[in-house]
Design a protein around this ligand. Structure first.
Ligand SMILES: *Cc1c(COP(=O)(O)O)cnc(C)c1O
Length: 236
């Protein structure tokens, strides 16, 4: 039987994606290096992870704790940075400390409080992004653009969390105006936090997925989270 590698086109796709990111960054007056590419390997077998690492990707992500733990067992420690981008159960959250490099989906004060309460002096601090429901869809979790100022203020007081910025998921649509609007809302939230919370230093804007990352970069994204654009359709 002929050997088939479903990821054999990864380096070609990666070249394409990097060029698109660079062009979009230039259109927004920024350097391509200001946008970090995060490869979302969810739904793919471990082969995708190894191909991604061999292709030189340095930031990988999963959206479920169980899947992330599987990856952590399979990949040498320090080989790449790991990102958690999916919704967390409150009871699962403490197990991520010291094991993920960035939690993108800090989506409620209750989750933040749980993390703070279960932290012990000297334990690793968790870098986080505050997830904002920029589009106001009922199906999405996250702070509302109105609540996030108060929430960020509380999170800044917590010793166990280090907020590095904000994350959002745009609506599932091809409507460019709708997509851009939700990215602009997130950027606007960052501006408000910077203006109103003196100790806020979070510069990161995690926004943009396979179908909308060029728009997100044009609107100021510093982290794009790409799955299918790199690995094709998910297999599970
Ligand atoms: C799955 C997922 C992605 C990647 O989605 P694609 O459309 O395949 O690029 C990005 N962010 C989050 C939070 C995800 O769950």
């Amino acid at each position: 039987m002929a050997e088939t590698n479903p990821y054999k086109n990864l380096s070609r796709k990666l070249t394409y994606v990097r060029e698109e990111i660079a062009r979009a960054a230039e259109r927004s007056g920024r350097e391509p290096g200001e946008v970090r590419l995060i490869a979302v390997t969810k739904g793919h077998p471990i082969q995708a992870v190894h191909e991604a690492l061999d292709a030189g990707l340095t930031d990988l992500a999963e959206n479920r704790v169980e899947a992330l733990e599987e990856r952590l067992r399979e990949v040498e420690v320090g080989r790449c940075r790991w990102h958690m981008v999916g919704r967390l159960q409150r009871r699962q959250a403490p197990s991520l400390r010291g094991r993920v490099d960035l939690l993108h989906s800090l989506d409620s004060l209750r989750l933040a409080e749980r993390l703070e309460r279960t932290w012990e002096e000297g334990a690793p601090i968790l870098p986080v992004l505050i997830q904002v429901n920029a589009s106001g869809e009922d199906s999405k979790t996250g702070f509302t653009p109105e609540d996030v100022l108060d929430g960020a203020g509380r999170i800044l007081e917590m010793k166990s969390l280090q907020p590095l910025g904000l994350m959002t998921m745009a609506p599932f649509t091809e409507d460019e105006a709708v997509l851009r609007e939700s990215f602009r809302v997130l950027r606007g939230v960052r501006e408000r936090l910077e203006a109103e919370l003196p100790s806020w230093e979070g510069r990161e804007l995690s926004m943009g997925m396979s179908n909308d990352f060029t728009l997100a970069v044009e609107e100021g994204s510093t982290m794009v989270r790409l799955g299918s654009a790199l690995f094709g359709e998910r297999t599970r």
